[in-house]
Design a protein around this ligand. Structure first.
Ligand code: ADP
Length: 203
């Protein structure tokens, strides 16, 4: 099964993609995580991408598309978190694979800003934690892989990221509505309730 999660920063895409991976073995593919790894490794892609990611704007398609192409060709069941973000990326994806479900997680800005202010991520396995709702058992340490938790530097510019998202999402929603694969989930609730709905949709 090939699933796409759409939603603003802080809507829980990464968290739910991780849950789907843990529960059903559906591989989480998060373009943001891949880009951050490239940036950490100071690779050629990383060096190019850093200027955009640090400003909260989208990395040019040329970089993102070549990065994702080989990954999605090789894997049968996956959830895409953070891709596609534009209609151009969606059209590219349609040429490579057949998408089964697109789940749009809706949220309000207040919730998103609060969640991001409390978000932590594991530097090793990319698991997402929250200082209020999903606390790690040991402060600053990942429960699963014992990696170190960190605060994403682009979380400080959440408002810019939200604006960029809002600009690009409308045409993308229209695109998937026309294809009849779009489902909507209210992401303003406790993550267990949101995840329950997502699970029902993919069964
Ligand atoms: P969020 O869900 O909070 O937007 P991500 O971790 O998905 O965060 O992405 C972080 C950053 O990585 C984005 O702000 C953008 O600069 C870059 N990025 C991730 N995915 C894409 C993509 N599909 N196209 C262009 N840029 C991307």
């Amino acid at each position: 099964m090939k699933i796409i999660l759409l939603g603003p920063p802080g809507s829980g895409k990464g968290l739910f993609a991780q849950f789907l991976q843990d529960d059903f073995g559906i591989k989480k593919i998060a373009t943001g995580d891949i880009l951050r790894k490239e940036i950490r490794n100071k690779s050629k892609i990383g060096k190019k991408a850093e200027k955009y990611v640090s400003k909260g704007i989208y990395v040019p398609d040329k970089i993102v598309l070549s990065m994702i192409k080989n990954k999605i060709r090789r894997i049968k069941n996956f959830t895409l978190d953070g891709f596609p973000r534009t209609v151009k990326q969606a059209k590219f994806l349609d040429k490579v694979i057949k998408v089964d479900k697109v789940i749009h997680i809706t949220t309000n800005d207040k919730n998103v800003i609060k969640r991001i202010a409390n978000r932590l991520q594991c530097g090793k396995c990319n698991r997402i934690y929250n200082l209020i709702t999903i606390k790690p058992r040991r402060k600053g340490i990942c429960d699963i892989c014992k990696g170190k938790l960190y605060i994403r530097s682009d979380d400080k510019i959440v408002k810019t990221r939200l604006n960029v998202y809002k600009r690009e999402i409308k045409p993308l929603i229209i695109y998937y509505k026309k294809k009849d694969v779009l489902e909507k989930v209210n992401g303003n609730r406790h993550f267990n309730l949101v995840y329950n709905d997502i699970r029902k949709l993919i069964k």
